[in-house]
Design a protein around this ligand. Structure first.
Ligand SMILES: Cc1cc2nc3c(=O)[nH]c(=O)nc-3n(C[C@H](O)[C@H](O)[C@H](O)COP(=O)(O)OP(=O)(O)OC[C@H]3O[C@@H](n4cnc5c(N)ncnc54)[C@H](O)[C@@H]3O)c2cc1C
Length: 444
């Protein structure tokens, strides 16, 4: 086990790895480019309203076991609360509200019973979900052919009718995978469905952060590293990994400083790593050159402040609209502000639109979804486009994702995009950090 480990990147992956390594007895030095930690899962204060804003609303799931372990380890698990069972409400464009609430039966009966009891599905759609449950349980038999299929092809092969796909599976796919079912990998989606919906009622629960995302983990993780003799340094812009004779021996910063280290863990996003590696390593090592085949999938978040409450719902899936989820932030954070956030995932075709245009669409759609909001006046708004929110989990993506251990001695990788078997999620990021930490702790 190495004494000192240099980590690049202070997102969930880098911080989870840092805490695990520090707990394992390593002295951790973590370098983060930005003046803040958290990467793609962070929060900040809106200057106009003072409200706490996440760079995009995040949902947790009961199946995020590594994440829950991480939050326990740093003492912040109370910042995320879970419903006792899976409970999701859907609001249709005509204003109809329906619900999927799953009783605490053993899996998969919790989901199947929830669907059967729900007013969100027609009789035929309920039968389709039952068929899907059977197919998922027999999924091992489905085997490798699934690797070639998109979610849309797979769902239609399983006889899932159009209305159910549009109003349920597509919504789940876009929410969980951040990608259009027409290009999303069926095998990755199947894995997610099995873990999240068909494993256990506890794993299926949704969790909501009750504080700004950064407050859920960044300071506490940095403290856990510092308490064990490590350091977390902000505004440290790593420009190159120093590699010679097949071995990584440190990094070079933008100001020219070289930092020597025998063990380096890169926890930067996939579109950054190739720029830090020597060109010859990218060209000669397939695990690095394949990274260039990953593509981004954007998420757009629209934040709206009104002069009065517009809904009592805490969060709700939206159907028949461009925007897909509504989160009542004032209620979730317990601040009483009339502030909501709207999410548009897999937003390829919208990301080039102007913020004004996106805002108009969001407000118009909201008014048709919530006719009761009447003359509520919009007092403030914010639109955030995360163009590189996640990698696109398209067919074949698993073969592009590198493992934690690389052919360059002393260089390890973490990040939601590495080979975790999960889509780009909080859980994928934390797991990747743990995988890398484990590999480092067991190295000579
Ligand atoms: C809008 C949005 C909504 C999302 N919603 C959900 C959700 O509901 N549920 C869910 O599970 N997941 C969600 N995700 C995904 C989740 O946020 C990510 O999977 C996770 O945060 C990725 O963490 P990471 O540590 O792998 O990468 P990052 O968070 O990208 O961290 C990488 C870090 O490296 C730093 N860095 C980059 N280059 C350098 C450099 N040269 N030198 C030093 N540091 C560098 C970056 O500044 C960053 O801090 C969402 C993501 C977005 C963007």
């Amino acid at each position: 086990m190495p004494d000192d480990v240099l980590i690049i990147g202070g997102g969930l992956a880098g911080l989870a790895a840092g805490v695990a390594l520090a707990e394992g007895g390593c002295r951790v030095r973590l370098l983060e480019q930005k003046p803040y930690l958290g990467g793609r899962a962070r929060s900040f204060r809106d200057t106009a309203t003072g409200s706490v804003i996440d760079n995009g609303q995040h949902l947790f799931m009961g199946c995020y076991h590594s994440t829950l372990k991480f939050l326990e380890a740093i003492g912040t698990s109370q910042t995320v609360t879970f419903d006792p069972q899976l409970r999701v409400r859907f609001l249709d464009v005509d204003g109809k509200l329906s619900e999927l609430r799953c009783p605490s039966f053993p899996a998969p009966w919790h989901l199947l019973a929830g669907v059967c009891l729900s007013d969100s599905f027609t009789f035929g759609e309920k039968m389709d979900v039952l068929r899907m449950g059977r197919a998922l349980r027999a999924a091992n038999k489905a085997g490798p052919s699934l690797e070639q299929l998109t979610v849309e092809e797979w769902l239609s092969e399983l006889g899932q009718r159009e209305s159910l796909r549009r109003n349920f599976w597509d919504l789940l796919c876009i929410a969980a995978m951040n990608e259009d079912p027409q290009i999303t990998s069926a095998s990755l989606f199947r894995r997610v469905l099995r873990l999240a919906l068909f494993n256990s009622p506890l794993d299926s629960r949704l969790g909501v952060p009750r504080a700004g995302l950064s407050d859920c983990y960044t300071d506490a993780a940095a403290r856990a590293i510092a308490d064990r003799g490590g350091s977390v340094e902000l505004q440290r812009d790593v420009r190159a990994l120093l590699v010679s004779n097949g071995e990584c021996h440190g990094v070079k910063l933008a100001d020219g400083t070289a930092i020597e280290a025998r063990t380096v863990l890169s926890a930067v996003p996939w579109h950054v790593l190739p720029m830090l590696l020597p060109g010859e390593a990218v060209n000669s090592e397939p695990i690095f050159s394949r990274i260039l085949g990953l593509h981004p999938a954007p998420i757009i978040s629209v934040y709206l402040w009104f002069d009065r409450p517009v809904t009592d719902l805490e969060f709700v899936g939206l159907r028949g609209t461009t925007i897909q989820w509504l989160f009542n932030k004032g209620k979730i954070l317990g601040t009483g502000e009339n502030y909501i956030s709207l999410v548009l995932s897999g937003a390829h075709e919208h990301v080039a639109r102007s913020k004004e245009d996106l805002l108009d669409t969001a407000v118009q759609e909201l008014r048709s979804l919530l006719p009761g909001m009447g003359g509520a006046r919009l007092t403030h708004s914010l639109v955030i486009k995360e163009r590189f929110a996640t990698f696109s989990p398209c067919v074949g993506v698993d073969s592009l994702r590198p493992p934690a251990v690389t052919p360059v001695r002393g260089l390890y990788l973490a990040g939601d995009w590495t080979d975790t078997g999960l889509p780009a999620t909080i859980e994928g990021a934390v797991q990747s950090g743990y995988f890398a930490a484990e590999a480092i702790l067991h190295s000579n």
